[in-house]
Write a protein that binds this ligand. Structure first.
Ligand SMILES: Cc1cc2nc3c(=O)[nH]c(=O)nc-3n(C[C@H](O)[C@H](O)[C@H](O)COP(=O)(O)OP(=O)(O)OC[C@H]3O[C@@H](n4cnc5c(N)ncnc54)[C@H](O)[C@@H]3O)c2cc1C
Length: 467
């Protein structure tokens, strides 16, 4: 028994499944894809072409060796596109499906064994004889030797300041991608959040309800920074900076070094310096103590996220236009309370003045970003893994505790043989692990490891059967 189960039908699951299909001969590869169209996940299921990738086309690929496949794929649909373009995310969803489809065809031709299961994985039980039993749907069980959790982040939980009355009233939306649930145009829409998801939500809302007044609220009231229109050259002293960062002690010292580099390198765009840190970001995070990580999350997270995960220029321009036209206002305020039904009442404390005011909204959409607080979420499979001690929550609620290779740590702190995660569940260990460039590298590394272990296990099994 050397079968492998990949759980999760998003981009990370697709990448891991495709990498395994290309290489794994020692057993069946199962892909448990959940309820939605396989391959797209949350990010690439959108049908709204205002929702753009925030990585240039040349940087987007599903598998380790991707070349310019995505550019060619997009050119077939849109006419000539350039590697420097920021394309609609829908196109990348189509591309993932096409890429996995091609791997499936090749695996069939090579006689490899695989199965795709619609529905959710609901339990993963450790077997006394080694390996895992995975329950899919109500009562289908798979016996596998290795499991990959590629389940993305959790569904959003309401902010603590939202009353049960407001939640029950139907005008507080936790899923920013489901504006189609509101056939009646609202007069005023409040989006909580000013990050990348909030931007997409506001662009969709503006197009869907041209007469609605739009408000975006977040503590700092700041949008992510924009990408430059064209790629930037590297920072000449990046290696020295990265060495100094790796030798520094804690987030405050790191911030000082980055600030100094930006101030001194007047001929270099600051974005090059931030991007040049990408290869060491996980290492920097891993060197921080628990307390330093808390400090980073408390004081520097928002500015880091805004600088690191930037907006496509066209999205930034569209938001700017909405503000110029007076259709969109941004408030730097803390949401103290959301109550009532129709309209909802939001009580806000303004950051600059500390004044408290109440505003009304016909629809409030929560777009506050990734939730990886597994101990508090309502994910059935994760809840079972935590209950059974096969997984433990990261102490800062950034997913689950895991080793550098994605192997889960169990309740005794031991590496759990054959149980791995990929993507946002690993933020506690890697911090930056959710964008495609990181995901496809992780999928490639993980598949190499799974193939090696699975092939060894399978040959041990056949040797013991023979003896
Ligand atoms: C709005 C948005 C835009 C983004 N834009 C970009 C971008 O432009 N470029 C970039 O590089 N990155 C981008 N990202 C980062 C993005 O997270 C990754 O690119 C990638 O989509 C993450 O995929 P995932 O599979 O880890 O998670 P998800 O997309 O969340 O997929 C996880 C899937 O697993 C399923 N699932 C959960 N539990 C189970 C279960 N028990 N059984 C079976 N299935 C289950 C879920 O239903 C879901 O379909 C974006 C992210 C978001 C949210």
């Amino acid at each position: 028994m050397a079968d492998i189960a990949v759980i999760g039908g998003g981009a990370a699951g697709a990448a891991a499944f495709g990498e395994l299909l290309a290489r794994y001969d020692a057993g069946t590869v199962h892909w448990i894809v959940g309820q939605q169209a396989p391959g797209r996940g949350v990010a690439y299921a959108t049908g709204d072409d205002r929702h753009l990738l925030n990585v240039r086309a040349a940087g987007m690929g599903v598998f380790h060796e991707h070349g310019d496949d995505f550019i060619q794929h997009a050119s077939r649909q849109l006419g000539q596109v350039k590697g420097t373009d920021f394309l609609p995310r829908r196109l990348f969803g189509d591309f993932i499906q096409a890429q996995v489809g091609a791997r499936i065809d090749a695996a069939r031709r090579a006689g490899r064994s695989f199965r795709i299961h619609p529905g959710s994985a609901r339990e993963v039980m450790a077997r006394a004889e080694g390996g895992y039993a995975v329950r899919v749907g109500a009562d289908r069980w798979l016996d596998v030797s290795q499991v990959v959790l590629a389940i993305g982040s959790l569904s959003q939980r309401p902010l603590r300041t939202v009353s049960t009355t407001a939640l029950a009233g139907g005008a507080y939306e936790l899923d920013p991608w489901r504006l189609d649930r509101y056939p009646r145009p609202p007069r005023r829409v409040v989006v909580i959040g000013t990050g990348l998801t909030a931007v997409d939500t506001l662009l969709s809302a503006a197009a869907r309800w041209p007469h609605a007044e739009l408000l975006a609220v977040s503590r700092h009231g700041l949008w992510p920074f924009r990408h430059s229109a064209l790629p930037l050259g590297p920072y000449a002293q990046q290696d020295e900076l990265n060495q100094a960062l790796l030798a520094s002690d804690g987030p405050a010292a790191m911030l000082r070094l980055v600030r100094r580099a930006i101030a001194n390198a007047s001929e270099t765009d600051w974005r090059s310096i931030i991007d040049g840190m990408r290869p060491i970001n996980a290492l920097l995070w891993q060197r921080l103590t628990h307390t330093q990580r808390r400090q980073f999350l408390r004081h520097a997270r928002w500015i880091w996220e805004a600088a690191r995960h930037r907006l496509a220029p066209a999205s930034g321009e569209a938001i700017y236009q909405l503000q110029e036209e007076g259709r969109l206002q941004v408030l730097a305020s803390r949401v103290l309370d959301v109550d009532g039904t129709s309209p909802l009442q939001l009580t806000l404390r303004e950051r600059a003045t500390q004044l408290v005011a109440t505003i009304e909204a016909d629809l409030v959409i929560q777009a506050t970003g990734l939730d990886t607080a597994v101990a508090y979420g309502a994910h059935e499979l994760l809840a079972q893994l935590l209950r059974d001690g096969l997984a433990v929550a990261d102490p800062l609620q950034l997913g689950v505790s895991a080793g550098a290779d994605g192997q889960l740590l169990d309740a005794d702190g031991a590496a759990r043989r054959g149980l791995y995660a990929i993507g946002s569940l690993l933020r506690g260990n890697l911090w930056e692990c959710t964008a495609m460039p990181e995901i496809r590298a992780a999928a490639h590394r993980l598949a190499t490891q799974l193939v090696e272990v699975g092939t060894t296990d399978a040959s041990c099994d056949s040797a013991s059967e023979g003896s």
